[in-house]
Write a protein that binds this ligand. Structure first.
Ligand SMILES: NC(=O)c1ccc[n+]([C@@H]2O[C@H](COP(=O)([O-])OP(=O)(O)OC[C@H]3O[C@@H](n4cnc5c(N)ncnc54)[C@H](OP(=O)(O)O)[C@@H]3O)[C@@H](O)[C@H]2O)c1
Length: 366
């Protein structure tokens, strides 16, 4: 329950996004225009809700009315979802700065869960990109741990044809983070050497595969029990951090993609070639603003040499979901799933995630 507190920057940015998303949801609500006849939509659904921040026991699985999409939204029948550190931060309201946007004393959004794969069952009248019956995957901001959820079509793409709903739900946030961090923040070019620190979790398993698919040589850093998994998804070299120190073993890397953020710049910079870049998606834990100080410190330190450091936060865009769908359909990458939970097991799944050692993705089948 400790390590997830390290991802403050992720939380804050996602909380801002979530707030904007929730604002969109508050726009005038219209009865959706169904573009295909014969879609039977239930009147009530099972969904998780909560009244306060806290550990998973604040979540209640209740029967409630279906939400109604506004003109620009769609209603999804959720077939599967998956868990991300973001869900934990939104659930617990930690680090505390998250609450500045997610709700100071209690959460503004009662729903939980962001990643989704499902079927469009109703569309707002201004939606042109999707139709009733489309099978999609993407992000819903909050409310994916439910039988139905409202989504913005800009955050959805068609589900890859060769993936089950459970597999597709394991993709969005983790794979988008890996893709955008390597391609956009890291500027990955074919033939470069990429080090992935934290190669065995949700983001890490995609980072290894995407880096390979983009033509990199990959060194993966993970714990002993996950060495075989890292090899099986294509890592050229695997370093077991329980017994070895990657910052003493690797030199001249072009990109250090850091999912863990557990080492200072004085260590991580040694791994990089001149002109290399450390792309960090998380940072050291502090209850309030601690990581901000650390982030600024590293950033300032990195200004004094030819090695660079950058912080990165992913965004859910249709274009990049489509890029991932193409890679998945071509077999260049595949979701790695540790366990599939039932809807009523979401609290158990969140508790497992919070311990910081998930073996790839945790999925919820609905
Ligand atoms: N910036 C963004 O946009 C963004 C987006 C998504 C996620 N994130 C952040 O990225 C981080 C990873 O997310 P995730 O979804 O992949 O989490 P996850 O599925 O829980 O995986 C975390 C992984 O970290 C590994 N780990 C723990 N301690 C380690 C160490 N000392 N050295 C190397 N690996 C270690 C664990 O592997 P072992 O069991 O092998 O230790 C585990 O598999 C989280 O902090 C999350 O908040 C950021």
């Amino acid at each position: 329950m400790v390590r997830l507190d390290e991802s403050y920057i992720v939380c804050v940015t996602y909380a801002v996004r979530l707030t904007l998303y929730e604002r969109e949801k508050d726009m005038t609500v219209h009865k959706p225009e169904e573009k295909t006849e014969g879609t039977a939509v239930a009147e009530t659904m099972k969904a998780y809700t909560r009244k306060r921040y806290g550990t998973p026991d604040v979540l209640e699985l209740v029967d409630k009315e279906l939400p109604t999409p506004n003109d620009e939204q769609v209603l999804l029948e959720v077939k599967a979802s998956s868990l991300n550190a973001f869900d934990w931060h939104m659930l617990t309201g930690t680090p505390l700065m998250v609450r500045a946007v997610a709700g100071l004393t209690k959460p503004k959004s009662p729903g939980s869960g962001s990643d989704v794969a499902g079927v469009v069952v109703a569309v707002g009248k201004d939606v042109t990109a999707l139709s009733v019956g489309d099978e999609v995957f993407g992000g819903v901001g909050a409310g994916a741990f439910a039988e139905y959820a409202i989504a913005n079509p800009k955050s959805l793409a068609r589900k890859p044809a060769n993936l089950s709903f459970e597999e597709a739900a394991a993709v969005p946030m983790a794979a988008l983070t890996a893709l955008q961090a390597l391609r956009d923040a890291g500027g990955l070019e074919r033939g470069q050497h990429v080090v992935v620190n934290g190669a065995s979790g949700g983001v890490g398993t995609y980072a290894v595969q995407i880096a390979k698919a983009l033509g990199a040589e990959v060194t993966a850093v993970c714990s002993t029990t996950k060495v075989d998994q890292a090899r099986s998804i294509g890592a050229d070299t695997v370093i077991d951090y329980k017994n070895q120190d990657y910052t003493e073993m690797v030199r001249d890397a072009d990109i250090l993609f850091d999912n863990v953020g557990n080492r200072p710049w004085s260590d991580t910079s040694k791994v990089l070639a001149e002109g290399g870049i450390n792309v960090a998606v998380t940072g050291p834990k502090k209850r309030w603003l601690g990581p901000l100080r650390s982030m600024l410190f590293r950033k300032v330190q990195s200004r004094f040499g030819a090695k660079r450091m950058t912080w990165f936060t992913a965004s859910t865009t249709r274009a990049d979901l489509e890029t991932l769908a193409g890679m998945l359909e071509a077999g260049a990458i595949k979701p790695v799933i540790e366990k599939v939970y039932a809807l009523d097991e979401v609290p158990e799944a969140l508790t497992h995630l919070s311990q910081g050692h998930a073996k790839a993705k945790l999925v919820v089948s609905i």
